[in-house]
Design a protein around this ligand. Structure first.
Ligand SMILES: [Zn+2]
Length: 227
């Protein structure tokens, strides 16, 4: 049985889930790029393009997804195929605690736009987006705490706002460092050369965590006040 088909000088090889024939493809997909669940996809065929690029047509085995997608590979000089990416790919929003979305919907929106920019490998500009998201988070939280001073908070430089209006030490310490790294992403000279976007995101995560803890604590204190 010939499992290869030539069509207009392009070679298709039918795979029919024969995973051992794909041993040189590294790694094989273990999540679906559309529903983002872990899975062992079904493999239909391999399509060899004229250059060193090769695509595998895969199928998500989940009943409520069942999407078809391509895993794209590039051959190296050892004959191995290295994964380059998936298409189509459905971007997935980063989820934040509910109370964060309530005080600062702009934060979650700007953060996720930056996250998508990062997924598109726009790594030189996504940091600025994360910095902007952080500004909305801190200022919206400050406004929640001091809503009589909303006008002033909106106009203030972020760092002054943090020091003047946020008292919680954990929030302050993490947000301050996030601001330092965020500024590195927008300025010509980088001061924290050993830190990168991942560190900035970690610090924003920690800031989100402490703000969320604080908001939830306050909520229960208010709802279940002692007499
Ligand atoms: Zn799926």
């Amino acid at each position: 049985l010939d499992l290869s088909v030539n069509f207009k000088d392009r070679l298709f090889t039918i795979v029919k889930n024969n995973v051992s024939s794909l041993s040189r493809y590294k790694p094989l997909p273990d999540t679906c790029p559309l529903c983002h669940h872990s899975c062992s996809p079904e493999y239909f065929f391999v399509y060899h393009r004229a250059n060193l690029e090769t695509d595998i047509l895969c199928g998500c085995p989940r009943n409520d997804c069942g999407a078809l997608f391509f895993a794209g590979y590039e051959q190296d000089h050892y004959g191995n195929f290295n994964l380059r990416g998936f298409f189509p790919y459905r971007k997935k929003n980063k989820q934040f605690p509910e109370e964060i979305g309530e005080i600062s919907p702009d934060f979650t929106e700007i953060y996720n736009q930056s996250h998508f920019a990062e997924l598109e490998k726009l790594n030189l500009i996504c940091g600025m987006g994360y910095r902007k998201a952080l500004e909305f988070l801190i200022k919206d939280y400050a406004i929640k705490l001091h809503n009589d001073q909303e006008k002033q908070i909106k106009k203030m430089p972020l760092n002054s706002c943090l020091h003047k209006f946020i008292e919680d030490q954990d929030i302050k310490e993490m947000a301050e460092r996030a601001i330092w790294l965020g500024n590195d992403e927008t300025h010509y000279v980088k001061r924290w050369g050993s830190k990168d976007i991942q560190d900035l995101k970690n610090l924003i995560d920690l800031t989100v965590f402490y703000i969320s803890m604080k908001l939830r604590t306050e909520k229960y204190k208010k709802e279940m006040a002692k007499n």
